[in-house]
Design a protein around this ligand. Structure first.
Ligand code: FES
Length: 152
């Protein structure tokens, strides 16, 4: 895994400032702003945290706490593909943990593997999302094939 960027690029800083200006006056602006930053940059870079904190009048610790509390937020840009494996109860009982472990071990290094908590496919578990597309009754073999298909 690569080291997090120590500073924002000029383009990233401009994006964060534009999004701050758009969300600053919104009540409870932090979460919508973090979503907007991740949508725009692919992640919430650690270097964006002090900028966001200052812009919203919060402490760095408050912003960092929210970024790290919610599994949705990434601090590093995602790989070429994003595989999200459900770890909630129904999927856990049908092999979701083993699927997550196998995905982390066997998928190529440019695939980001993340846990998520319920994709609404509990009756057809274990479930995953591959590049925003949900898939049910997943196996390691099917998951590897899906990732390979997505790369073509
Ligand atoms: S528990 Fe996995 S989709 Fe609901």
């Amino acid at each position: 895994m690569t080291e997090p960027q120590a500073t924002l690029s000029a383009a990233q800083a401009q994006t964060v400032h534009e999004l701050l200006a758009r969300h600053r006056e919104q009540p409870g602006a932090l979460l919508p702003l973090l979503h907007a930053v991740q949508d725009a940059l692919g992640c919430v870079p650690p270097a964006a945290v002090p900028v966001i904190a200052q812009g919203l009048g919060l402490s760095r610790a408050e912003v960092h706490g929210v970024v790290t509390y919610y599994h949705h937020f990434r601090q590093q840009p995602p790989g070429r593909h994003v595989v999200q494996v459900c770890r909630a109860e129904a999927c856990q009982s049908r092999g979701g943990e083993a699927l997550l472990a196998a995905a982390r071990q066997h998928l190529p290094a440019d695939v980001t593997v993340e846990p998520v908590y319920c994709l609404g496919l509990c009756a057809q578990s274990p479930a995953v999302m591959v590049d925003e597309v949900p898939h049910a009754r997943m196996t390691v073999q099917r998951l590897a094939a899906l990732v390979q298909e997505g790369g073509q």
